[in-house]
Design a protein around this ligand. Structure first.
Ligand code: FAD
Length: 255
């Protein structure tokens, strides 16, 4: 299968970079075709601006969604964005490797998302509706994060909430929105102080998750057209499993 690994860390000797290299080697050894976007090494430009749309006249007000869709449909995006879009289209699965920074992805990775998933590519009137068998149906995604906090702080009663809820904006708002089926995230907790034996354990656990990239069950998010939502995109009363609340509501099959 074809897999795109996107990694985001400024230090090539970091834990994040080591895990990204491990993932690439492991997947290739298993016979997959792997391409890599190492965003800091590529000096990826993180902000959307008029330079992303070479045909945009400098004196015109920049309406980002409109310019984005126009340039995408005309095949007139900047070359760096077009190259990343080609990789996403090519891939059967996408792995994002990053350190959890302020409960989210580092800005450079957020900028990769903002710039690559343009209108007309990932969303908008020219592509299928969100949360359906959408534009990228059939693809899978795995978030692989390192987090400084200990696992208990992300546990059922942990102060930070579950890692699935913390990463909900990416899991549901990016992947599922565009039809990509996200797997449960993989996380290495307590990552600021990781002796070699815990790193070895982390590699073993990561290998098992990479081996299941195409066989493990994705998070069971609901589809917009599956009969669970009303016209206003609100979950209908009574469709949730008893006892579920908050973000988990949208990820639980009917009760
Ligand atoms: C701006 C910012 C915001 C943050 N926000 C959050 C947050 O919201 N929630 C949270 O939980 N944490 C947060 N953190 C902590 C952050 O998640 C961790 O610092 C990060 O995950 C550590 O990963 P790293 O790749 O930077 O590790 P590094 O600093 O590169 O390494 C971490 C440890 O891994 C060890 N290690 C073992 N084997 C290897 C190897 N082979 N290669 C490299 N290193 C190895 C290193 O020796 C070191 O002890 C934040 C940090 C920053 C800077």
């Amino acid at each position: 299968m074809k897999i795109l690994v996107v990694s985001a860390h400024p230090e090539p000797r970091s834990l994040t970079a080591s895990l990204a290299r491990f993932a690439v080697d492991h997947l290739r050894a298993a016979g997959h075709e792997v391409r890599v976007s190492d965003l800091y090494a590529m000096k990826w430009k993180a902000t959307v601006d008029a330079d992303d749309f070479p045909d945009h006249a400098g004196d015109r007000r920049l309406q980002v969604m409109g310019a984005s869709e126009e340039a995408t449909l005309a095949g007139r995006l900047s070359a760096d964005v077009a190259a990343e879009q080609e990789k996403v289209r090519w891939a059967d699965a996408v792995v994002l490797q990053f350190p959890l920074w302020w409960f989210s992805a580092p800005a450079i990775l957020k900028g990769w998302i903002d710039r690559v998933f343009t209108a007309g590519f990932g969303y908008g009137p020219a592509v299928p509706a969100p949360y359906t068998e959408g534009v990228f149906a059939g693809k899978r995604a795995l978030l692989s994060v390192t987090a400084g906090a200990r696992p208990s702080a992300f546990s059922d009663r942990g102060i930070h909430g579950s890692i699935g809820d913390v990463l909900y904006p990416l899991q549901h708002g990016l992947f599922w929105f565009t039809g990509i089926a996200p797997l449960e995230p993989f996380a290495v907790y307590g990552s600021n102080d990781l002796p070699e034996e815990r790193f070895a354990e982390a590699r073993q656990a990561y290998a098992a998750r990479l081996d299941g990239l195409f066989t493990h069950e994705p998070v069971p998010f609901r589809t917009l057209d599956g009969g669970d939502y009303d016209h206003d995109m609100r979950l209908l009363p009574g469709v949730e499993a008893p006892g579920t609340e908050g973000l988990a509501l949208h990820a639980r099959p009917r009760g």
